[in-house]
Design a protein around this ligand. Structure first.
Ligand code: KIV
Length: 299
């Protein structure tokens, strides 16, 4: 039995000091609150005009590092397909895989709101299937919210989950589960008609009760317009600087991903090189007899 997100009495250590608690309340990042972040805190941040960061996480240990660093919202994204499980895309990820890794992320964190993706095939049949899948993630993994892809086309599912007491983060613009239909990962919302559709999608998910909406790979000007038009926060990825929040896939931002990164990614570390260097140093010590040394041995 996994445990659900709880409200801890001890602080998630290491988070920076109060940084952005303008106009009452405490900042999502850098604030003084030590309890689990909720969707009400997210709404309050939008009212304060406060920007906030979100990272993906797929395991307990990495999630605990981000939690201690003060990241207020973590997404157990189906990007786990490409970034953790070795698939070519997000399409093969199953609800079982999502449930297992989401539970690990919940166990590794004390403060962050944990959002889990509904994988491809776990909600497209309709609101009954969506509710069944989301209920599993809330009950078995213990996540605090669900994310699902689609605007107008998924509004019915969003509404059903919200009515049932499950907070929903929507995801519009480029929706990676449709990679086979797109034939790649093209920028969305270019041209008047596509921009109007994106605005309709954004309004549809807000109307359906979503507490936030991810805007992926859309022109910065359009993302700014959507952000200004909505009462709920927008979470940008490749959507320019004017979104209320920004999300990155952790393996991209920390330099674990091999090969070319999308243009919107900023790489903050080179973990692939650090880890590779540690593995080589260990191998050389073993081959050369330097490890284990006396201090690592028992008599
Ligand atoms: O799965 C994921 O990581 C995502 C983000 C890119 C928003 O959906």
């Amino acid at each position: 039995m996994t445990h659900v997100q709880s409200t801890p009495s001890s602080p998630a250590g290491g988070a920076p000091k109060e940084a952005g608690a303008a106009k009452g309340g405490t900042a999502l990042y850098g604030g003084t609150s030590t309890r689990r972040v909720t969707v009400r805190d997210i709404a309050a941040a939008k009212r304060r005009g406060e920007k906030w960061p979100m990272l993906t996480a797929y395991d307990a240990m990495t999630a605990s590092v981000f939690d201690e660093s003060g990241i207020p919202v973590m997404l157990v994204g189906d990007s786990m397909g490409n970034c953790h499980l070795g698939y070519e895309s997000t399409v093969p990820v199953t609800l079982d895989e999502m449930t297992m890794l989401a539970a690990a992320v919940v166990r590794g964190t004390k403060r962050a709101l944990i959002v889990a993706d509904l994988p491809f095939g776990s909600f497209q049949e309709g609101s009954v299937q969506a509710l069944r899948s989301a209920t599993r993630l809330v009950k078995e993994a213990g996540v605090g919210a669900i994310k699902l892809e689609g605007g107008e086309r998924s509004a019915e599912q969003v509404e059903r989950l919200v009515e049932s007491g499950i907070p929903v983060m929507a995801h519009i613009g480029l929706t990676p589960q449709s990679v086979n239909a797109y034939g790649g990962y093209p920028v969305q919302g270019r041209g008047e008609e596509a921009a109007e559709q994106l605005l309709r999608d954004a309004k549809a998910v807000q109307e359906a009760g979503a507490f936030a909406v991810v805007l992926e790979l859309v022109p910065a000007e359009l993302a700014a317009r959507v952000t200004g038009d909505l009462a709920i926060p927008t979470v940008g990825i490749g959507a320019g600087p004017d979104c209320d929040a920004q999300v990155l896939v952790w393996t991209d931002m920390a330099g674990m991903t091999s090969g070319r990164l999308p243009r919107f990614v900023k790489q903050y570390a080179d973990l692939r090189q650090v880890l590779g260097g540690a593995a080589k140093a260990f191998a050389e010590d073993v081959v050369g007899g330097a490890y284990p040394a006396e201090e690592h041995s028992f008599h």
